[in-house]
Design a protein around this ligand. Structure first.
Ligand SMILES: Cc1ncc(COP(=O)(O)O)c(C=O)c1O
Length: 430
């Protein structure tokens, strides 16, 4: 094992041996090179002759560039063309941490890591897999989960999903979650929570959130060592009162010394910037200090250096410009209102059209982009195809439910979507 990895491991072991035990074999070997090309280039920064950089320069020393690329982007060449650091640019890392504190007031002054920038959330989740998953590890996750977790986790890391049932009646099946968490002691447990959830569009109520946190704490008190991954892709898109509006990271970040909380989030959905590919990984654990977090950040950045090298500079720069814009908050609020009004239309339609329940019933939803309906005596795939061919309507079918992205449909078309669904079901049932 490289000496630099050993150094990081020693710090982690001294600070919290549980975190060290949670690391995968690959995570234990990971490090960010302190003495390679990058650090030699950093030391040569500002010198008259700098022959270290893996870029090309114009004769005035600025980044070499094509005019046809610069003309469309109103940023200085350094903010567009240069490589960003593997950790992410320092300004956006600090800004995102400030956002996390602002958006989650209960975090108060709990110590968390500086976010490390990833190539959006999918990549962030994959990096977490590298850091913490060993072959045959089990990942506790709800039976209604984002389909891409199969490709991100199950196949590359050889882990197994240990499914609990998402819902009981109109809320979460807390007992089912509890059974997975409180069944054994002194073992490594990986938990993946995603709220607002894809596909269901559900976020826990305040009571449910408290129950989840209580269960995680009890599991930790039984000696289990837990890594809890919060996939917060849709953070902030909560439309009802009495719903837990902060990230569960807020409570988990200092819940227990056996619980490492990992927040994976980003600009993708929070800033409506899907193609920018900017996400963040942030760590929190009770007693975590700057040394422990710096070691985890270095390992994370090392894995990023070894996969994509670094995330897009231009995307980070454009986001930073937006965050400094006085209209940012107001513009974001307006987009939220648009999504909320579409959500409200869906709620109203289901309230008004009780006849729909003959063929489909909504699963609980209160947030995010989506909602799901469960079909009654109608085949999901047949329905999807019929909607495409005869109703010019596209929906997602999987695991016996239909997922509807109300986020992507103008308000005026939502009633037609449900009418089409109803009519197509009727046709198939007859
Ligand atoms: C639950 C969930 N997590 C993560 C992602 C991935 O987001 P990104 O586009 O930032 O990789 C998605 C995207 O659809 C998602 O639904």
């Amino acid at each position: 094992m490289d000496k630099q990895a050993l150094e990081l491991n020693t710090i982690i072991q001294e600070k919290n041996a549980v975190v060290y035990e949670l690391l995968s074999e690959q995570g234990k070997m990971a490090f960010f090179p302190k003495c390679g090309i990058l650090s030699q280039a950093a030391q040569a920064n500002g010198k008259k002759i700098n022959a270290t950089m893996g870029i090309a320069t114009e004769d005035d020393g600025s980044p070499m560039r094509l005019d046809c690329l610069t003309t469309n982007i109103g940023l200085s060449p350094e903010k567009i063309f240069l490589y960003a650091p593997s950790f992410g640019k320092s300004d956006i890392r600090a800004k995102w941490q400030e956002f996390i504190y602002n958006k989650n007031p209960s975090l108060n002054n709990k110590t968390i890591s500086l976010p490390v920038v990833t190539n959006a959330l999918t990549h962030g989740l994959s990096i977490i897999g590298q850091m913490f998953f060993n072959k045959k590890d089990e990942v506790i996750i709800s039976n209604l989960y984002w389909e891409n977790y199969d490709l991100v986790f199950e196949q590359p890391f050889g882990v197994k999903f240990d499914l609990y049932s998402a819902f009981k009646g109109s809320g979460l099946d807390i007992l089912s979650f509890e059974k997975k968490m409180i069944n054994k002691s002194n073992e490594k447990k990986i938990v993946l929570l995603n709220f607002p959830n894809n596909p269901t569009g559900y976020t826990p109520t305040i009571e449910e959130a408290k129950a989840i946190i209580r269960i995680i704490k009890e599991s930790a008190e039984m000696g289990n060592k837990l890594i809890v991954i919060l996939d917060d892709a849709y953070f902030g898109l909560v439309y009802e009162k009495n719903i837990y509006k902060e990230s569960l990271f807020t409570e988990l970040a200092d819940l227990h010394q056996n619980v490492l909380a990992v927040k994976v989030d980003g600009a993708t959905k929070e800033d409506y910037a899907w193609g920018f590919r900017i996400g963040f990984i942030t760590y929190g654990i009770k007693g975590g200090d700057s040394d422990l977090y710096a070691a985890l950040e270095a390992k994370t950045a090392g894995l990023i250096r070894g996969s994509i090298s670094s995330a897009s500079n231009v995307a980070q720069s454009l986001l930073m410009n937006a965050y400094a814009n006085p209209k940012y908050i107001e513009q974001k609020q307006r987009k939220y209102e648009t999504l909320k009004s579409r959500y409200q239309v869906v709620v109203n339609i289901l309230e008004e059209h009780k006849e729909y329940s003959k063929y489909f019933k909504p699963l609980p939803f209160n947030s995010g982009y989506f909602m799901c309906v469960e079909l009654v005596d109608v085949d999901c795939e047949e329905l999807r195809k019929l909607l495409l061919t005869e109703y010019s309507t596209g929906v997602i079918c999987f695991g016996g439910v239909i997922r509807l992205a109300f986020s992507a449909i103008q308000k005026e078309l939502i009633p037609e979507l449900f009418e089409n669904l109803y009519d197509a079901c009727k046709k198939l049932a007859s």
